[in-house]
Design a protein around this ligand. Sequence first.
Ligand code: ZN
Length: 362
Amino acid sequence: MKINGIHHVSSIVGHAQRNLDQYAGVLGMRLVKKTLNFDDSSTYHFYYGNEDGSSNLLTTFPWNDAVDGKVGSGQVGITSLAVNVGTLDDWQARLNQFKLESTLSVKYGQKTLSFEDIDGLKYELVESDKLPNSKWEFNGVDKNHAIKGIERVTLFSRIPQTTIELFKTIFNYEVVSENDEAVLLQVSEDLGGTLEIIKEKVELGQQGVGTVHHLALSIDNGDEDAWVSKLQAAGYRPTEVKDRKYFRSIYFREKGGILIELATVKPGVLVDESEENLGSELLIPPHYEIIREEIEATIMPVTVREVDKLEGYGYRDMYEYNLLREKARLKEDLLALKNQKTLSAEDVYKISELKKAIIKVK
Ligand code: ZN
């Protein structure tokens, strides 16, 4: 029974299209799964990864109307994404282009670029020499610059020493580096095999938009029940094993406040889509099939697209999206009429009708 490393990191974000534009458009990751929250059919669940979804994954729940959270203790504080050595200067220039501020530093001997996304989630890009092969390229992020997966996470625990003990004794992580502020733990040589725990007191976090919801660690298929027993024996209260379609999962809250999931390696994201089609369809969980039409008619339309700026997110669902499009179309018609050299009586009438229509569309 072993932990293989980080399986995925799931975060709460705001506008769904803005999240897609950032993670696919700016960061160049591949959307490998577009599905719905298992417990809320009006909320998307996006999975981002490498070209075949074999890397560890970033997943997001876009909750447009949720309150802003606060990154702090009881949460994953920072998620570090792995890129090739020698690419961080280019990354800093790219983030700048999209008005995302970033800072270069060196951490554990690795060149590191720290930034926050628009929702306030804290990220690092770190130069890593243990990158899996992935040829994915999108919107100007070529395969040499592409993010290959999650290198590590930084945990902000409410009781750091207890959290460190959990990872050492239950999950078999070893300390590979330690200073006054933090400890670096490792469970495997592979990408995602390390994590950092901050030892100092961090202000209390608050769940909401811009915070990590949970950290999932990878376990082997067949070990699920044994992990439940092991956690129970250690005084934790894990859930029963849940079928998440792409993996089987157990959840528990560790004593430092962080929600942890143990998720199996298999079956993985290729179970219901070919590599070529990953992320292209809205995959509705079976228990929502019965309301598929209603979902498709109302949920915010989203698309993976090439972008050169992050703006234009003034809608929350299909209804508002259509209204905005209608308004833009009416304005275009109005402008075209006004630009005519001479206006007939009919044109004047049309202009007044268009003006009225534009006021109505709100
Ligand atoms: Zn999860």
